[in-house]
Design a protein around this ligand. Sequence first.
Ligand code: PGA
Length: 235
Amino acid sequence: MPIIAANFKTNHTRKSSAKYISLLSQYLRTNSTARVYVFPSYTALDEYEHLANLHIGAQNAYPTQTGSITGEIGAVHLEEFNIKTILIGHSERRHVLGEKQEHIAQKFEYFKNLGYKIIYCIGEPLEVKEQGLEATLDYLNTQFENIDLNYEHLIVAYEPVWAIGTGKSATIEDIQAVHDAIKQTIKQPLLYGGSVNLGNIEKICALNNVDGALIGSASLEVEDFIKMIENTKEL
Ligand code: PGA
């Protein structure tokens, strides 16, 4: 059963997220063909209807219960809504907001100790990809520094930075090569992300060692997201 995740990033309001999640729940109530995750913005976090195959997660949080970190939220804000899933290490947080591996690893440890399901993102920038597979794997390994790869509630997402939000996903060959290599070190599920859409999801998710997809832009319309779940249901 594939794992299909929607990352809203800085899109959808509280109202539109609620509508989206309600339509998605309606579909998933009778179609349990995938394990689905949705990551709305902070302000759209809420106590949504509980379904076994739909999990609402946070795109980020600070590794604290409460505290004095202006602009951040802590575990207490997630627990209020029974949220037990978090994205850590997303490329926009690493490369746009400058989160360092040390801080990312602290965050991982913190939410691991609280038993969260963690979708942990890794991915290389274009200049590294251009140096070839070995350089890419070396780079990805640095993003595993101080990360417990045996954590039972871990899902890894491989998202090449140059493929995110560009409409240009990695080729099937690139995805296969990187996923095969990563799967030699981790036994946990491994998703691909980076310009996944209605046209390519089936091919990507059908690959060996690809356990599902993390989708940004193409997940924003609920009808499209449901179609993508449909397209992968035989896998
Ligand atoms: P994209 O984003 O699907 O818009 O490329 C994926 C992600 O960043 O998770």
